[in-house]
Design a protein around this ligand. Structure first.
Ligand code: GSH
Length: 209
């Protein structure tokens, strides 16, 4: 069994849940309540000294960082490589999107919203502009494409849709980004386990009301 430490509302956890569905692998779900400080308990820090979720334990392997977990699940359990192509050129584009999601798109989302939610800080308009710029970059990447890294669904789409649906849930207006809106609708309709993302978003939304 693969133990999966998570919280349904967390964006990186939602991305892994969808990936597991897409790969067809079962996860043994273990809830980690961040608000109760479950992640700081010694038994969890022993598994992941960085105390972040998602965290996965598969045999001797303890793994965290959602995108690393996603890649592992496809490489270890995927029947095909379509979600994470072995071809170096194709994989390079998927990787670019994965890093863009972590370092830019999701990062800027957190930089703008999380101080407001968790520290009751005022909104910073500069950080809002940075978020708009990041969604604009995604809009450009998607020009003339069905999916984020080519013509079929990959891990790039799964991680990016976990992020974009978080923007959407936070009330960020996506209507100025037509390529993003079109791709988002496509992902909602075609990503395996998208219902799990929706269920998590319902939890996530509570922070924004
Ligand atoms: N880059 C990481 C990933 O994609 O897995 C981010 C993980 C992360 O920061 N998770 C948050 C967390 O565990 C919840 S969404 N926070 C608790 C902590 O850092 O102590």
């Amino acid at each position: 069994t693969i133990d999966f430490y998570y919280l349904p509302g967390s964006a990186p956890c939602r991305a892994v849940l969808m990936t597991a569905k897409a790969v067809g692998v079962e996860l043994n779900l273990k809830l980690v309540n961040l608000l109760a400080g479950d992640h700081l308990k010694p038994e969890f820090v022993k598994i992941n000294p960085q105390h972040t979720i998602p965290t996965m334990v598969d045999g001797d392997l303890n793994l965290w960082e959602s995108r690393a977990i996603m890649a592992y699940l496809v490489e270890k359990y995927g029947k095909t490589d379509s979600l994470y192509p072995k071809d170096p050129t194709k994989r390079a584009v998927v990787n670019q999107r994965l890093y863009f999601d972590m370092g830019t798109l999701y990062d800027r989302f957190g930089t703008y919203y999380y101080p407001q939610i968790f520290a009751k800080a005022p909104a910073n308009p500069e950080n809002f502009k940075k978020m708009e710029e990041a969604v604009g970059f995604l809009n450009t990447f998607l020009d003339g494409q069905t999916y984020a890294a080519g013509e079929s669904l990959t891990l790039a789409d799964i991680t990016l849709v976990a992020t974009i649906s978080s923007y959407d849930t936070a009330g960020f207006d996506l209507s100025k980004y037509p390529n993003v809106e079109k791709w988002y609708a496509k992902c909602k309709a075609t990503t395996p386990g998208y219902d799990l993302n929706e269920a998590g978003l319902a939890e996530f939304k509570k922070f924004f009301s």
